[in-house]
Ligand binder design. Sequence first.
Ligand code: SF4
Length: 394
Amino acid sequence: MVGNVPVGGGAPITVQSMTITKTADVEGTLQQIYALAAAGADIVRCTCNEIAAAEGLAQIIPRSPVPIVADIHHQYRMALAALDAGVQCLRLNPGNIRKPEHIKLVAQECKDRGIPIRIGVNGGSLDPKLYEKYGGRVTPEAMVESAQQELAYFEEVGFDNVKISVKASSVPLMIEAYRQLADVTDHPLHLGVTEAGPPPVGLLKGTAGLATLLAEGIGDTIRYSLTADPVEEARAGRQLLEALGLRERKNVDLIACPSCGRAEIDVIQIAQDAMAAFGDREIPLQVAVMGCVVNGPGEARDADIGIAAGNKRGHLFVKGRNVAVVPEDEMVSALVEWAEFIHAHGAEAAIARVDTAKAEREAERDRAVLLAEQGDDANQSEQRVDLIRKRASL
Ligand code: SF4
């Protein structure tokens, strides 16, 4: 348990992020913690690098909406100060707190207070002795051994309230380190690709590492490490777990066609406008934006609500059934209004309030107009193939 949040043991996988404010700045840090919690963070970490930070934690923790982990590097005394501040978990880096007596003292204090520790091994700050031992390279074996050494110190004082991470900025390295770690321990694992960099590449790297391991059943809590507003980390974590079906959907799942020669609207722009309109609103529905009424409603028939463009109009459909036609410039606002209604009253009630036969006739008409204009092959592939063949036979 990190405060009131379970980690491991079959509990839902949790999302973590970290504040980037000075922890001594109590109001600024709390503001960021609230933003992170709203974006999907279940647990938030704050650095505790000086006494002023520990004093800040003493004021932040009672007012935080989520449990707080204190991040400790180099100074074991900061771990003790964070515990005095009432923190719900510590993160220790075995690479830079290395004296056994210090490690055991902190573990003993945590044991007495019932506070867990994350052993946070980091490829970039591995214990120099292990680095040497493995030939001056960071290897998965070296990272796992670092975690095991720390565990052994903890065991000496009878402390096992532990979760472990073996992060690296290299995706293949972290994947292999976690796989090896999962083979040798039952402790909950905290996953992350560290120093992944700015989005979108940082998001891709984080997703590559996290999703691979989660799909193998490895991992109990996750953090994206992005060079960006940490709200993006929390949001990405939440969205990844929802996409993998590991957490219940909280916000809109916006699906959209990739667009093609048949598109009647700027699908990219409309999808972005719809994303912005829904934002972080807690409407757990699947919403579709489709470029044309010829294929859109069929391809997105499982969406709770969707819209497809055709003949300068937007055709709304609920669970694959046409329900209304709106002018093209009202597509996004209509989507939001219908989504709100469905969220409040259900799809059946939404369908019952309109004449679906009329909407279906209108859609059929616009579909026919488009087919007459574009034919079955909007990209004119067949004509192009004919042309290529004709030239080739000359
Ligand atoms: S056929 Fe229509 S729905 Fe499918 S990608 Fe093209 S525009 Fe989008």
